[in-house]
Each structure stands twice: as C-alpha cells, then as structure tokens.
Design a protein around this ligand. Structure first.
Ligand code: GLA
Length: 348
C-alpha cells in the first residue's frame, strides 16, 4: 500500500513524503467497557491498518488528504478549537491537543488511507489519532514517548465527544504480531499471549450496523458507573475506582443509586474476572473454556450492560447453535460493529 500512498502524495503535493507511518486497527478478545473503569482488557493489534505519509511544508498550514473519502482539508497548525465534523475533526482535535501540551509544530502535508472499516468496532479513529500524533511528533522532533502518543490520542478523542478508555490507543502502540495483550488499565502493566489457537481461528462477523459511539449511549454507560462509584466512595474512601468495588459495597449502595447502574457495575466486575480467567485459559490452551467466557461476556453486554443490538444478538445466538463455533460476543464499544468468534479451523 505504501507505493500507492507515495504516488497519491506526489500527485497531490508534487513532492515525495519524508515519513510513512503505519497505524493498526485492533480487535478485543474479551474485556469491554472495563478500560474506563480501571479494569482489564485483552486486545490485539491487527493487520488491517492506516498508512499516513508526511512532509513539512514550511508554512503555517496543515494540509491533509483522505484517500478513502477522496476529500482534502486544511487548517492552521496552531488552532485552539475543533470547528468541523467528520474525519477532519480528528486532525483538528490532534492539533488542539498537541498545542495544549505545549508542543511547537509548523505546517505539513499529509495523505492517509487504509483498509480498517469505519464504524465496525476496529478502532479506525484510534489508529488515525495515534498515527497523526506519532507522525507529526517525528516530523517536528517532539520526542514523544509511546505513552505521550497514547494519552494525547485518547484526549483528542475526548475533545470531540467520546469519553473513551485507553485500550484502543494502547493496542495501536503496543500491539505485537500474533499476540494478545492482557492490559491492566489502572497501572498499564501488561502480559502478552500467543494468538495462535492451533485448531481454532478467530473470525470477525460484521453486522454492518454502523455504530457512531459519540451519539450512542457509550458516555452514558460511563456516567452510570461513575454514579455508583461516587455513592460508594461516600461511605468507603478506600474504593478509588469501579475496579475496587465488592459485593458488600453494592449491597450498601442499593438505596442510594438506580438499580440499573448497579447492574452495569456488576457486569464490569464480572467482565474483569472473565478477562483474568481468559488469560489463564490462553496459557493452558483451554480454548473451550475461552469460548464459554466469550458467550458469558456477550450475555453480560447484552442483558446487563445493554450495549448490544438485535443483529449482534442474532449472530451470537446462531453461533451458539453451531457446534463448530466455540465462542462469540459483541466486540468493542457495541451497538453494532463486529462480533468476534472462535471457530474450528476448516469451518470458518
Ligand atoms: C471503544 C472505546 C474503548 C473501550 C471500548 C469498549 O472502543 O474507544 O476505550 O471502552 O469501546 O471496551
């Protein structure tokens, strides 16, 4: 792909780019809606990716072309607010956040494109934000650490409305070939597991229901969890995040919060446990147990956390009836996008 990207760049700007950055999408085996609750996740970077080409242009202007949308956008490098919608808002947001952190940059020309389907739950937006920040950082010698890129990419997402956790950006920067990453989102410690399942394949099924997370109930779910946390902190100050909540806390909070919010938190606590168990199953190569955990996770996402949709529930129900599919669940932010399945090789 980088050859066609170079050609597009030269066609557009008449020069060769200085730098090409590749930024992957991600899947998540298990552990959804746990990251912003300081919990556990098990994502992997994938081969579907974006490529971004960069060159400094000695002006005040950042020009960017999206090959996939066949659209261009330009703005000053030192903007302080995001003014547009759509894909260009990601560039604007990244520039605002770089400025907010005091990073001095100048004008540059960018072309990007790739094969991560948008709205499918594969984190095309994290790939774009991370790719832009990483590339601009290199181009202007900003000496950003991986963690700088990760946290600024997350902040850029927050700025345009999605109060996401850190899983996607972490997977983009720390993904390793053929590995799942079990990440503790509280202290960012992680373990790697092989994604070679010998007799089973991981297959994604795209519901084609396009989720737009900022317009969905994603942020509301986060608020519901925070509401329970605040209530529990009022009588136990050793609890600092949803991660620390125990059954006894939930019993005591019953009269203080909406029962629906308690259900959300119960899901998060169970999902954290499932991630730990999934790590163990991966080590023991116990793929049948892993598959059961995926089905349990889906039940929680659908009935307790309520972030599934009819189409995802339908596909998971079909998967459960099929003897060759050992696990399936709604993946990522939810409300559509892909379901992730584990299928016996030869029956994919
Ligand atoms: C989106 C967010 C992530 C995470 C998942 C759900 O992908 O960007 O931070 O919360 O949803 O697990």
């Amino acid at each position: 792909m980088s050859d066609t990207l170079r050609i597009s760049f030269e066609d557009k700007y008449g020069l060769q780019p200085d730098l090409i950055v590749s930024s992957p999408g991600r899947i998540n085996l298990i552990g959804d809606h746990t990251d912003y609750n300081d919990g556990l996740v098990l994502p992997a970077a994938i081969d579907k990716h974006l490529e971004l080409a960069f060159l400094r242009n000695d002006s005040e202007i950042v020009n960017v072309e999206s090959r996939d949308f066949d659209q261009s956008f330009s703005c000053k490098h030192n903007i302080e607010v995001v003014e547009h919608d759509g894909w260009s808002s990601y560039l604007e947001s990244v520039l605002v956040i770089l400025g907010k952190h005091g990073h001095q940059i100048g004008g540059c020309d960018i072309v990007f494109g790739g094969n991560i389907p948008a709205g499918a739950g594969l984190s095309s937006s994290a790939a774009l934000n991370c790719g832009l920040i990483f590339g601009i950082g290199k181009l202007f010698g900003l000496e950003l650490s991986d963690l700088d890129v990760i946290t600024m990419a997350q902040e850029a997402e927050h700025l345009i409305g999605l109060k996401c956790g850190i899983m996607d950006q972490f997977a983009v920067l720390h993904g390793k070939e053929n590995c799942f990453i079990e990440l503790d989102c509280r202290d960012l410690s992680f373990k790697l597991y092989s994604s070679d399942f010998a007799e089973h394949s991981i297959v994604l099924l795209d519901t084609r229901v396009k989720h737009k997370l900022t317009e969905s109930a994603y942020n509301r779910r986060r608020q519901e969890c925070e509401e329970v946390l605040t209530a529990i902190k009022s009588f136990d100050n050793t609890v600092t995040s949803v991660r620390d909540i125990q059954e006894c806390h939930l019993d005591k909070a019953i009269d203080k919060v909406d029962p629906m919010s308690l259900r959300r938190v119960r899901y998060v606590l169970n999902e954290n446990q499932r991630v730990t168990e999934a790590g163990k199953a991966l080590l023991e190569k116990n793929y049948n147990r892993l598959g059961e955990l995926l089905f349990e996770s889906h039940k929680g996402l659908s009935e307790e956390y309520e972030v599934s949709c009819t189409e995802s529930d339908f596909l998971v129900a079909l998967a459960m009836e099929n003897a060759h599919v050992i696990g399936a669940r709604q993946m990522g932010g939810g409300f559509g996008g892909c379901i992730i399945t584990i299928i016996k090789k030869g029956f994919e």
